[in-house]
Write a protein that binds this ligand. Structure first.
Ligand SMILES: Cc1cc2nc3c(=O)[nH]c(=O)nc-3n(C[C@H](O)[C@H](O)[C@H](O)COP(=O)(O)OP(=O)(O)OC[C@H]3O[C@@H](n4cnc5c(N)ncnc54)[C@H](O)[C@@H]3O)c2cc1C
Length: 420
């Protein structure tokens, strides 16, 4: 009997990792990606220990760490650079959680993930955009643009914040889904040669001003990724279009004006950035666990729990999802005694045995983080003297008690993720 075909929609973060896991567990995954050719994408990601542990299972943790410099320090300051708090806890992540945290360019991650799939012989189909799904008792057919369709045993929707898989699942449950929700915040981001004063220590740095927040972290031995968050009432398209070279000069001037009086190192970064991207930040209201799946389809990553980026956990949680979903599926070894028995799991009770427990486990944790990210974003850009004073004293207090800080990271990063 041929192995069950797993239709994986989306080749972002979760899709390729699931493709790897399912191939190694004896299934036949096919990864469909709407973009004609994956390549240049967004700015950067902070991969935390939890995400890196999962990436280690697909053999990518070491190569990603080699691209950058593991995080050593957290450093928060006022807009002028007056230190509010500092901690070298990230230095201990490697020992405490078996992997450090590391900032990487998003394009690097995406391409390494895609190539990892090609190396192990997984069928990756770029330029295939999911448009509909039809479910049967023990199979599912995915329909793509151009009238193409493929039938498999089950489908995993990893198609991100604007997931077609999610809209279709909800539509079939009688729920009309709107567009992602604009959080009221925009980010302007870039990658620059690391300014001299930031070269000593690999730190995640936050600067807090009135209505503006700036974050930076290294994404390589010589480069730093930065992002400026502001509240803007007019909704911004989540287009991810980098400014054209002729627009960059004007952007730099506007940002320099906006950041007058701020720590000069920020303006240095902005002015040396070769690429600047501006985008709106979106999330969505949480789904109930039973809405994460149907009988033959399940949502993973941003398709299930799209988040704004302020806790840096979206991709890391997508990776946790990948681990938990594939971990609960049986290994299939053709010719082995229990092969047929194990295939039964793929039958009509797949949703009861696998999808329902998966969603039940993952929904509470991810929903909490989505809500936490939203309020973290709001807190970062408060305006007015009193609101800023309260925020800054909260930050100072959070750094004072290192046991609380370390318990927070334990909760986030300690899960083992050791074997498939
Ligand atoms: C500015 C910003 C900064 C962030 N920083 C961090 C960070 O530091 N750390 C962190 O953990 N997370 C971060 N995140 C969140 C992170 O980017 C997402 O949570 C993560 O990418 C989700 O992975 P995914 O695989 O679910 O979806 P995605 O990575 O979005 O991948 C979805 C894929 O599906 C494809 N697709 C879409 N529709 C279809 C379709 N109909 N058919 C076929 N393919 C389709 C897309 O082209 C894409 O390739 C950040 C997000 C933003 C916006």
């Amino acid at each position: 009997m041929s192995p069950p075909v797993v239709l994986i929609i989306g080749c972002g973060i979760a899709g390729p990792v699931l493709g790897n896991f399912f191939k190694r567990k004896g299934y036949h995954p096919i990864v469909f990606e709407k973009v004609p050719e994956l390549g240049d994408a967004g700015a950067s990601l902070m991969l935390m220990s939890n995400g890196l542990k999962v990436l280690n299972l697909v053999g990518l943790a070491d190569t990603l760490k080699a691209e950058s410099t593991p995080l050593q320090e957290l450093w928060d300051a006022s807009d002028t650079g007056e230190v509010l708090g500092q901690s070298d806890l990230p230095k201990t992540f490697g020992d405490r959680y078996s992997q450090p945290a590391v900032g990487v360019r998003r394009t690097t991650v995406n391409l390494k993930l895609k190539n990892m799939l090609l190396d192990i012989g997984v069928d990756v189909r770029e330029g295939w955009e999911l448009v509909d799904i039809q479910e049967n008792e023990d199979s599912v057919t995915a329909f793509f643009d151009g009238g193409r369709s493929v039938t498999g045993s089950f489908l995993i929707g990893c198609d991100g914040i604007r997931a077609a898989s999610r809209s279709i699942l909800l539509r079939n449950q009688g729920i009309a889904q709107g567009a992602p929700v604009y959080t009221g915040l925009t980010q302007t981001a870039g990658i620059s040669v690391t300014p001299e004063p930031l070269r000593q220590i690999s730190a995640m740095r936050n600067w807090y001003g009135d209505g503006i927040h700036v974050i930076s972290y290294p994404v390589g031995p010589n480069h730093t990724s930065w992002a400026i968050t502001q509240r803007e009432t007019q909704e911004k398209e989540e287009t991810w279009r980098p400014y054209r070279p002729d627009e960059i000069l004007e952007q730099r001037q506007q940002l320099s004006f906006l950041l007058q009086g701020w720590d000069p190192v920020i303006r240095q970064m902005v002015n040396s950035s070769e690429r600047i991207i501006k985008f709106g930040l979106f999330d969505r209201a949480e789904l109930k666990p039973e809405q994460w799946h149907s009988k033959r389809c399940v949502l993973v990553g941003d398709a299930a729990h799209p988040t704004s980026p302020h806790l840096g956990q979206g991709a890391n949680q997508a990776l946790e999802d990948c681990f938990h979903l594939s971990h609960s599926m049986p290994f299939l070894e053709p010719g082995s005694e229990q092969y047929d028995e194990k295939l039964q799991v793929m039958g009509s009770s797949l949703w009861k045995n696998i999808f329902r427990p998966f969603a039940g486990k993952r929904q509470p944790r991810t929903s909490l983080l989505v809500r936490g990210a939203r309020s973290q974003g709001d807190r970062r850009v408060v305006s007015g003297t009193e609101a800023c004073r309260q925020r800054d004293s909260g930050i100072r207090a959070a750094y004072k008690d290192s046991t609380v800080l370390s318990a927070k990271f334990d909760d986030l990063l300690r899960e083992p993720f050791q074997t498939l």
